[in-house]
Design a protein around this ligand. Structure first.
Ligand code: UD1
Ligand code: CA
Length: 498
């Protein structure tokens, strides 16, 4: 699963802390939702950052929160698939250096060993890259190791300044850089590995005498080097990994890149995805081998698809489970369970609590809510089934409906095994149709139908012979009727009109 891979022990446990900075306002999102709660691939930005950090099994995972911190904290506390997160509060955003000081202050002691700093709005950074940064940092015996990237347009980024030998000399922010420095295309990603003690010792010495009046975390590089400590860098192969989200244009761009990555991992695991451009798969979705995903399909959070299934085209599944060999065609399914070899669609709507047994068939234009459809049972055409239990092998005729709502409350419908509901029937709940019962087409069923009985609940048919010849004189219908041998035998006293 994307972002949540557990790394080998060798790359973990050596990490004393990962600090995720996420206190910024995110003004350019123009949103009432805190920036780091905007989702891509079905998970908030900060989930991706925390999941990558968590995969390193650090002793401490700290998030520095400020703007919208209540909502972000609430999300982190409730997320069942993240390690515990220590919250550090930064009330005023005085800079990345100050934010990192807030994180250290939230811990009981200075973390001993490697401390990684990353951002809550950088969702594509992989755990493997963080582990490589930690490896490089420890292998080189560095006090500070900066993750750098080379970009076509470095505007806005801190530039990586190197000395004549090519060694890292410092980081200069865009606003403090001279023309020569601005031409540098190697940038600071904002992700670092520090020695915890060096970081704790340097941060109080970081001033704010710069063009933005902020405490720059980047100053720690120069301070450590000035103290005669080793500083170094690791160059990220893929600059997309270090891209942050500042506005909704970037949000969509990074969502696309992450989707491509997720799709590729499913393809390599044996899933056929016909059209990656129109297929969207959330980060936590699982798909079995030899399943086929057709164009225009979205598989959303909490969805698990078995092996050898076929989903799409033009289908959305959210929080659904789909059994092996099942097939869903042009349908919208929310919180539904679709059994092994069951079939759905085209054009059906499965709502929460729809539970289709093995080999069940839900056909075209059918809506199912909070109902169990037994193994091999069929609801093939144009039905609404709500709050119902339908036994194995039963057949619900075209257009049949469970009338589960009386304007005030909802009531259950129970249909046994191998029952047969004739077309266009209305089952007025609460009502029970027992095993092996039949219902005549067009019935409105209000009372229990016993096992093996036939219920017919509709007006009897009455034919007025010759009616068309008397009441539709001169029409094509009269001509056809006479040609077919119809005769005007009698004139009933009370004749119905059409
Ligand atoms: C920072 C780096 C810059 C680097 C760039 C990469 C500094 C001084 N500069 O730029 O070298 O190229 O990141 O994107 O560090 N944050 C807080 N509290 C604060 C300030 C920031 O939590 O007081 C968080 C923000 O929420 C954000 C991250 O830190 O997630 C980076 O902040 P941002 O203002 O975007 O970074 P820059 O200063 O532009
Ligand atoms: Ca930024």
């Amino acid at each position: 699963m994307a972002g949540t891979a557990q790394l080998p022990d060798a790359a973990s446990s050596r990490i004393a802390a990962v600090i995720v900075l996420a206190a910024g306002a995110g003004t350019r999102m123009r949103s009432s939702l805190p920036k780091v709660l905007h989702p891509i691939a079905g998970k908030p930005l900060i989930w991706h950052a925390a999941a990558a950090a968590g995969a390193l099994s650090p002793q401490h995972l700290v998030a520095v929160l400020g703007h919208g911190r209540d909502r972000v904290q609430e999300f982190l506390a409730a997320a069942g698939d993240l390690p515990p997160v220590t919250i550090a509060v930064q009330d005023e955003q005085l800079g990345t250096g100050h934010a990192t000081s807030c994180a250290l202050a939230a811990l009981d002691a200075v973390p001993e060993g490697t401390v990684i700093v990353s951002y809550g709005d950088v969702p594509l950074l992989r755990a493997e890259t963080l582990a490589a940064l930690a490896d490089e940092h420890q292998r080189s015996g560095n006090a500070v190791t900066v993750l750098t990237a080379t970009v076509a347009d470095p505007t806005g980024y801190g530039r990586i300044v190197r000395d004549e030998s090519g060694a890292l000399a410092g980081i200069v922010e865009q606003k403090d850089a001279d023309a020569a420095q601005r031409a540098i295309t190697e940038i600071n990603s904002g992700v670092y590995a520090f020695d915890g003690a060096v970081l704790a010792e340097a941060l109080p010495r970081v001033g704010s005498a710069n063009s933005q009046g902020e405490q720059y975390l980047t100053d720690v590089v120069g301070l450590a080097r000035g103290d005669g400590r080793r500083v170094g860098s690791l160059h990220a192969d893929d600059p997309m990994e270090t891209e942050g989200v500042n506005d909704r244009v970037q949000l969509a761009q990074l969502a696309r890149v992450l989707n491509d990555r997720i799709i590729r991992s499913h393809q390599l695991a044996g899933v056929t995805i016909h059209d990656p451009a129109t297929t969207w798969i959330h980060a936590d979705v699982a798909i079995g081998q030899d399943t086929e995903i057709l164009p225009g399909t979205s598989l959303e959070a909490g969805t698990v698809v078995g092996a050898g299934a076929s989903i799409g085209p033009d289908s959305t599944l959210s929080a659904c489970t789909v059994g092996d060999g099942a097939r869903v065609v042009r349908s919208h399914c929310l919180g539904a369970a679709i059994g092994v070899a069951a079939t759905v669609g085209p054009y059906s709507y499965l709502r929460p609590g729809a539970d289709l047994g093995e080999g069940a068939h839900v056909g075209a234009h059918v809506e199912i809510k909070k109902s169990t459809i037994g193994a091999g049972a069929k609801v093939p055409h144009l039905s609404y089934i709500g709050d119902a239990t339908i036994g194995a092998g039963s057949n619900i005729g075209a257009g049949s409906i469970t009338a589960n709502y009386d304007g005030v409350g909802k009531f259950p419908t129970t249909i046994g095994e191998n029952a047969f509901v004739g077309t266009n029937s209305t089952l007025v709940a609460p009502v029970t149709v027992a095993d092996g019962a039949y219902i005549g087409a067009g019935s409105t069923v209000t009372d229990e139908v016993p096992a093996g009985a036939l219920a017919v609940a509709r007006g009897r048919q009455h034919n007025s012979d010759g009616w068309v010849l008397r009441r539709r004189t001169g029409t094509a219908s009269e001509t056809s009727a006479r040609a077919a041998g119809a005769t005007d035998r009698d004139t009933p006293s009370k004749e119905p009109s059409a």
